[in-house]
Design a protein around this ligand. Structure first.
Ligand code: PRT
Ligand code: ZN
Length: 329
């Protein structure tokens, strides 16, 4: 939280996560302008500023209280080992951090990398992985274009992010093992260490343990010189962060479902109910024709087609499907 009571959310300025991050914030009800080269955007109706930064800078900014919430790939958080709290996996920016080797290099397992050189931009994550697997290899740290390292004889293998795998194929490399599966994550500051400051204690008290993973309000210096007004502002900010988290969860949850409406023969009601565990149970409305009912239900996106095909087998017709924008349990 800033001293003016506003909170700041840091997202990637321009990169693979930017579009989806902006879209998520929009679905959470944040209204702000975005255009190229913008570093900062105040929200229209809420005391929130959106910061547009390089993803590498975001974890430290959140850890140090420059921003209250951030969105980056879990790979970045794993690598930076910052003291932040992961609040919500966001279901976008999927990729894997993989060890890859030349296709005809004769490597069969990670153990074959003993004594070899591995190029990566993720040295800490790789170091931990190798330690766990008891493999001793030299880590060659590169800022980018890691996939070219084996061809340049800079390294024998690489450890890099893979999404479609086409970059690896282009460079004659193949995956040896997956080190980590990654996706974008919403994260915040960790609770401050316990101390005797009444202001700090009051500031953390408003957080429930289940959702209470909120960024601390301010820097230590600001906290100890806080006033009642500042304390109130902090409390408001904490509540706002909680509300934002709930909204993000509602958007996330909604993305998993489709809302389905259809007509069906009344005598198929039991078998249809079994197909639609939905939230609690489907809404069933009698139609003017007593032989028919209308059914409304939530269906998980991942099982959607399977369920709809079975519904049709049971006589469902006039099937209307809509996306779910928000969903709060
Ligand atoms: O400028 P800034 O520092 O903010 O951005 P950046 O260049 O560091 O990051 P960016 O935008 O490339 O990626 C941001 C995040 O997107 C990463 O931290 C990951 O969490 C996620 N992500 C998802 C990926 C990929 N997919 C991905 N494929 N990040 C990078 N790649 C690269 C990979 O490094 C390799 O060069 O894409 C290439 C492989 O892609 P495929 O499809 O050929 O396998
Ligand atoms: Zn980066």
């Amino acid at each position: 939280m800033q001293s003016n009571g506003k909170i700041r959310i840091a997202i990637q300025k321009s990169g693979r996560l930017s579009e989806e991050s902006i879209s998520l914030l929009g679905q959470m009800g944040l209204r702000f302008e975005t255009y190229q080269d913008r570093l900062f955007a105040p929200c229209r109706d809420m005391p929130i500023d959106v910061l547009f930064l390089r993803d590498d800078d975001i974890p430290e900014y959140v850890q140090d209280g420059v921003a209250d919430l951030g969105i980056v790939g879990s790979n970045v958080l794993d690598e930076r080992m910052v003291r932040v709290e992961r609040l919500l996996p966001l279901d976008f920016g999927f990729c894997s951090l993989c060890l890859a080797v030349p296709e005809r290099g004769g490597y069969e397992s990670v153990e074959d990398l003993n004594g070899k050189r591995i190029a990566t931009s993720y040295p800490e994550t790789l170091r931990r992985f190798l330690l766990e697997r008891r493999v001793e290899a030299e880590i060659v740290v590169l800022g980018g274009c890691v996939e070219i390292a084996p061809a340049l004889k800079v390294a024998d293998a690489i450890c890099d992010l893979v999404s479609t795998g086409s970059t690896l194929r282009t460079h004659g490399l193949t995956i040896l093992e997956t080190v980590a599966r990654c996706q974008a994550v919403l994260f915040g500051r960790q609770d401050p260490p316990e101390d005797s400051s009444p202001l700090k204690k009051g500031a953390t008290a408003g957080l429930s343990s289940s959702a209470g993973r909120n960024p601390r309000g301010n820097t230590a210096g600001q906290a100890s010189s806080g006033t009642r007004t500042l304390g109130n502002r902090r409390e408001e900010s904490r509540e706002l962060i909680q509300r934002l988290l709930l909204r993000a969860q509602a958007v996330q949850e909604a993305r998993k479902y489709r809302y389905v409406m259809f007509n069906a023969p009344a005598d198929a009601v039991d078998s249809i109910k079994n197909l639609l565990p939905g939230c609690k149970s489907p809404t069933i409305v009698p139609l003017a024709d007593p032989g028919f009912i209308a059914v409304h239900a939530m269906v998980l996106e991942e099982t959607f087609w399977e369920v709809v095909e079975k519904l049709r087998d049971r006589g469902a017709s006039d099937i209307l499907v809509t996306p779910v924008e928000k969903f709060m349990r």
